[in-house]
Every structure is written in C-alpha cells, then in structure tokens.
Ligand binder design. Structure first.
Ligand code: NDP
Ligand code: ZN
Length: 350
C-alpha cells in the first residue's frame, strides 16, 4: 500500500509498505478524512518516534475494513472516529488519571510514536473496542476530525489548568490547539480569557470562541502586557505555543495559588529554566503541570457530545480543504510551511 511520511529526518515523501495486519483485538481502517498536525511536522524534523520510513499522520476519521476475532463493537463498513492517542488498556498505568503514558512517556501515542500513522491507504488501530468511536449519525467527518487531537489536547490544557467559574485565564498560543483551549476555558466558565497570538484569522476565531483580550508577543513582553491588564496576576495560564522563554513567562504571570498548564511541545534541546523568585523562591503555591493528549473511546465520545449538541463549532479551525488521496502531500507541506492564513488543512479521501 501507499503512504506519505518521512523517508528520513527532514525528508518527506511517498513510500510503499505492506498493508498492516490486525491482531485479535485490533482493526484495519482506511481513512475518509484526515488532517496533518504540527506534531507530524515536529516528527519530520526530528521530534519523537522512529526516524526512518515512517508514515506520518495521527488525525483521522475512517472506515473499518477488517477487525480481529475478539472485536465485538465494530465491523467492516463502520465509519469511525480514531483518537490520536490509542492506549494499550492492558497496562495498569493507563488506569490512573492520565492515559497517554501506557508503557512509558507518551507511549500511548502509537501513530508516529511507535508505528505508522494514518496518511496511508490503510492503518492499524490497536484495541479497537476500547479506542474507536462510531462517527455520530449526521455529524460531518471534518467536525469529528477536529476532536481527535485538537479538541482533546486543547481541552486537556483546560483540565490541567483546572479552570473555575469566573477565573482569569491566559491562553498563550492560538493555533488550533490554543483555540480549542479558549473554547474549553469558556465552557468551563472562565470570566476573562486573554490570548497571546498574532495571526489575524486566529485572533478572529479566538474572539468568536470567547477571548476577551488579545496580546501580541511581537509588541513587547507578554508578562508586562498581561500584568497591565491584570496587575495581581492571572488564575490560570495555558501554554499552547511559544518557546522556552514562554514557560517562565507563564509562571510569572500566574498569581500565587494559580496554575500553569502546558500542552506545547518543547524541542529536546530547549531548557525550561526560571529564576527562583518567579516561583516565589519555591513557596508561591503556583502549580506547574504539563500533559499529553488523552485518548480512548470514552473521552472522545464525550468530546463528540460537545460538538453534537452545538457547544463548540470545531469546523471554524478548518481553513484549507483538499480532495483525493494524492493531495495528502500538498496538505502536509502546507502544514509544514504554515502560511499566515492556515489554521488546519483537511484532506477528504473521496
Ligand atoms: P501553531 O504553530 O499553529 O500555533 C502556535 C501559536 O503560538 C501561535 O498562535 C503563535 O502565534 C504563538 N506563538 C509563537 N511564538 C510565540 C511566542 N514567542 N510567544 C507566545 N506565543 C507564540 O501550533 P498548534 O496549535 O498546531 O500546536 C501548538 C503546540 O501544541 C505545538 O507545539 C504542538 O506540537 C503541540 N501539541 C501538543 C499535543 C499534546 O498532546 N501535548 C498534541 C498536539 C499538539 P502567531 O499567531 O504569531 O503564529
Ligand atoms: Zn495532532
């Protein structure tokens, strides 16, 4: 079968591979709609996961073509939503609060992390019954597609930040992940929602999702700008973009008792350092949390309910659409280049 991914670090391209085989609990799925992600481009440039001949992509809606003997909830022909994180549910570690780390750090992220991704004619899903969700009747595939990683990750930022009614929240970075964090913070009852970002269409959608104040990191120090608006500091800061400096900035702008929640990917070479006074010499009661997108059927079913009942319109994230398997390359390269008007591209395999 054909797939698109990384031939080697910094070498994107098409490749031929054997069609994957389903184990007794697994499924083989063909994509109906898929979306490239910043994490795929990070992988191409040397992030996590295998570094050669790897099919990329981890955001897909698909149709089941084959299931293992033990699969009871799905059959060939079913249209399914595929979480980007598909834990091995036999590992006790996933029975705790965070399911993204089954056999080790972020090890539940199978696509890219330890096997081929979804930008292929067929892809493999482990433990189908526990990981897949039926595409809700009447839901547009692209609306569900924005749930599997963007909503689950952005909302995880909100969960980690533990946003409460009336809180003042800063969301640093308003790419698709940060935008979902804005929508999630509003759903959780935040009062003021400040956002940091500059791309005009992201700023527009951030406002539509609930942002009350917009700050540009290109127009001076973001800590000063936040403190000018909220001199005592904010209750929660969610990091969904930026660089190693952003980390200390977020800790600085949070008030004692507040929380910094990170879902941004930091490069392995980056150092997350801060002067001790920022963290109250260790006594500020400022919680610092960071986490990876949780997955599994139950979570994604709940996220889909948010879309189904009109709480959040995830399709606002989609700025570019393509039709046809061969268009995967164009969509992926667009994600890699990130032109200013891009939020998320979607490829329909029709
Ligand atoms: P984008 O690149 O689309 O967005 C990044 C945002 O950060 C933009 O709004 C950008 O502003 C802003 N930004 C850039 N530089 C700075 C700076 N110096 N200070 C403050 N803000 C800045 O990213 P995505 O939304 O696609 O993804 C966000 C991050 O989340 C990525 O690192 C991605 O790998 C990670 N991720 C993590 C997951 C997890 O489970 N933890 C899962 C999925 C993604 P501008 O408007 O100017 O471009
Ligand atoms: Zn992703």
């Amino acid at each position: 079968m054909k797939g698109f991914g990384m031939l080697a670090v910094n070498q994107p391209g098409w490749m031929e591979k054997e069609k994957p085989v389903a184990g007794p609990m697994d499924a083989i799925v063909k994509p109906i709609a898929l979306a490239p992600c910043s994490s795929d481009t990070h992988a191409l440039h040397g992030g996590i996961g295998p570094k050669k001949n790897l099919i990329l992509g981890h955001e897909a809606i698909g149709e089941i073509v084959e299931v293992g003997d033990m699969v009871t909830r799905f059959k060939p022909g079913d249209k399914v939503v595929v979480p980007c994180t598909t834990p091995d549910w036999m590992q006790p570690t996933v029975q705790g609060e965070y399911n993204a780390h089954d056999s080790g750090l972020t090890a539940s992220f199978k696509f890219l992390g330890s096997k081929d991704g979804v930008m292929a004619e067929f892809f493999h899903v482990n433990q189908a019954d526990a990981n897949l969700v039926m595409l809700p009747e009447g839901m547009k595939p692209e609306a569900a597609l924005m749930v599997v990683d963007m909503m689950s990750t952005g909302f995880h930022g909100v969960e980690l930040a533990d946003v409460q009614f009336g809180d003042t929240v800063v969301v640093i970075g308003i790419g698709p992940v940060g935008l979902m964090a804005v929508a999630g913070a509003k759903l959780r009852g935040a009062g003021r929602i400040m956002v940091v970002g500059t791309r005009p269409n992201c700023v527009k959608i951030a406002r539509e999702y609930g942002a009350t104040d917009v700050i540009s990191y290109k127009e001076g120090d973001i800590v000063q700008q936040v403190m000018a608006l909220c001199p005592k500091g904010v209750d929660r800061a969610i990091i969904a973009g930026g660089n190693q400096e952003t980390f200390a900035q977020a800790v600085t702008m949070v008030k004692p008792g507040g929380v910094v929640a990170n879902v941004n990917f930091f490069d392995p070479t980056e150092v997350l350092a801060m002067p001790a006074y920022i963290w109250g010499l260790g006594m500020a009661n400022k919680d610092i949390r960071g986490g990876f997108c949780p997955g599994g059927a139950l979570r994604i079913e709940k996220m889909l309910n948010i879309v189904k009942y009109g709480r959040v319109d995830t399709t606002k994230l989609i700025t570019h659409t393509f039709h046809g398997f061969d268009k995967i390359e164009e969509a992926f390269m667009l994600m890699d280049q990130k032109p200013a008007d891009l939020i998320k591209p979607v490829v329909f395999i029709d």
